[in-house]
Design a protein around this ligand. Structure first.
Ligand SMILES: [Zn+2]
Length: 368
C-alpha cells in the first residue's frame, strides 16, 4: 500500500493506494490515487470519478493484477490494481464484484440455479411452457437477466434498424419524465430507458431493467400524460419481470437448454425470443397487472391515466389490430374504461412543460 506521509492521517475507514486508470472515453492511461472512503474515489491531479462499491465488477486480467469495471461508469472504464493488499481490501468492500460472472469462475454460483432449472425443465415436459416460465423466472439470477437483456437490446436495435434518439433537449425532457415515473414506481436508478428511432407505434420492456419507446408511438401522442402512462405500464412489466418470463416462454425448450448450458448469446432461440418481446404479447393477466401499476403510478403523481387509454385507442382503432403496442396489448376499449374509471382530476403539476413536450416529440429529429 502506498501512503504519502505528508497527507494528514485519513479517517480510520479510509485507505489510500495507487492504481492505473482508464476513463473509458479516451485511451489515456493515468496513474491515480485511490481513496477507499464511502465510495471508491479516484484521484489524479484532481478528482476523476467516484465508484459505488456495489457497482464495481471484476474484469478479466492477467495474473497478479486486479482489473475492475463499474456499472455506473462508462463501459470501457477500467482500474488496474497491482498492490496485493490494496486489491484484497477492494475485493472485501465490493460485495458484488463477481455477480456478473457466469463463465468458468461463476460456475459454482449458477450450479444451484441450474439444478432448479433442470428440475423445472422436467416440469416443462410434464406441464408445458407457460407454467415453466412462471416457475423459472424467479430463479434466474439478476446478473444473468441483465446479460440477456443486453443481448436482446442489441438484437432488437439491429432487427428494427433502430438507433437511440438523443438530441440534447429531447433527452433532457425524456429523462425528466422517466425519472418522475421511476420514482413514483419505486424503482431504482438501474432502470435504463430511451427512445428508439423506429416508426412502429410501440413500447416495450426488456429483461434486466430496460424500457424503450419507439418514436412511432411518440409521434402519435398528443401530450406527456399519454406517453407517461405507456412508460409506466412498461415499468410495471419490468417490476414484475414479465419480459424474462416471456423470453423463457417464447424462446421455447431450446432456449431453456441454452440457459442451462451457457452460450445463449448466439442462439437462434434467443433471437426469436427477442423479437417476440416486441411483437407478441404477455399474458392477459400480466397486461392487467401492468395497467393497474401504471394507473397507480400516474395517480401518485397526481396525473390522469385516461389519456394513455385514449392514445392506445387512437393508435389501434376500435378493432385493436395491427402491429403495434395494441396487438401486443389488446382490448383497448376495455382498457380505456378501466383507466378512466375513478380517474381523479389532475392534482399534480404537468410532468413536462409544453416546451419540454415539444422537445421530447422531436427527440429523434435527424435520425432516420
Ligand atoms: Zn404490456
Amino acid at each position: 500500500m502506498v501512503m504519502d506521509s505528508d497527507t494528514p492521517t485519513p479517517a480510520k475507514s479510509t485507505t489510500l493506494g495507487s492504481a492505473t486508470y482508464f476513463d473509458g472515453t479516451s485511451s489515456r492511461r493515468r496513474m491515480v490515487t485511490l481513496r477507499l472512503a464511502e465510495r471508491l474515489e479516484i484521484e489524479g491531479e484532481q478528482s476523476l470519478a467516484a465508484w459505488i462499491y456495489a457497482d464495481i465488477r471484476r474484469a478479466d486480467s492477467p495474473a497478479g493484477m486486479l482489473r475492475l469495471s463499474c456499472l455506473s461508469a462508462p463501459a470501457l472504464a477500467r482500474l488496474e490494481v497491482r498492490d496485493k493488499e490494496l486489491a484484497n481490501e477492494l475485493v472485501s468492500r465490493c460485495t458484488k464484484i463477481d455477480d456478473h460472472m457466469i463463465g468458468r469462475r461463476g460456475v459454482a454460483a449458477i450450479v444451484g440455479w441450474s439444478l432448479a432449472a433442470a428440475a423445472s425443465i422436467v416440469a416443462v415436459v410434464l406441464f408445458g411452457l407457460p407454467l415453466a416460465a412462471d416457475r423459472l423466472t424467479p430463479l434466474v439470477p439478476e446478473a444473468f437477466e441483465r446479460r440477456l437483456g443486453d443481448v436482446a437490446d442489441s438484437q432488437i436495435k439491429t432487427m428494427f434498424d433502430a438507433k437511440v434518439c438523443d438530441n440534447a433537449a429531447g433527452q433532457k425532457a425524456f429523462t425528466k419524465l422517466i425519472t418522475a415515473l421511476r420514482e413514483s414506481a419505486g424503482l431504482d436508478t438501474s432502470v435504463q430507458s430511451g427512445v428508439l428511432s423506429s416508426s412502429l407505434p410501440n413500447a416495450f420492456a426488456l429483461p434486466g431493467g430496460k424500457v424503450y419507446l419507439f418514436n412511432g408511438l411518440l409521434a402519435k401522442a398528443e401530450n406527456a400524460d399519454e406517453i407517461a402512462g405507456v412508460l409506466a405500464h412498461e415499468l410495471g412489466h419490468l417490476k414484475h419481470r414479465d419480459s424474462m418470463r416471456a423470453m423463457i416462454h417464447n424462446g421455447g425448450t431450446s432456449f431453456l437448454i441454452g440457459l442451462l448450458f451457457g452460450d445463449i448469446t448466439g442462439s437462434s432461440a434467443l433471437i426469436f425470443a427477442s423479437r417476440t418481446l416486441v411483437t407478441s404479447s404477455h399474458s392477459r393477466e400480466a397486461e392487467t397487472d401492468a395497467d393497474s401499476f401504471a394507473i397507480d403510478v400516474m395517480h401518485r403523481l397526481g396525473r390522469p391515466a385516461k389519456p394513455t387509454g385514449e392514445l392506445l385507442l387512437r393508435v389501434t382503432g376500435k378493432e385493436g389490430k395491427g402491429l403495434s403496442i395494441i396487438s401486443t396489448h389488446p382490448l383497448s376499449e376495455d382498457r380505456l374504461a378501466r383507466m378512466s374509471r375513478q380517474d381523479p382530476p389532475a392534482s399534480g403539476p404537468p410532468l413536462l412543460t409544453s416546451e419540454e413536450w415539444r422537445s421530447l416529440k422531436s427527440i429523434c429529429d435527424g435520425k432516420s
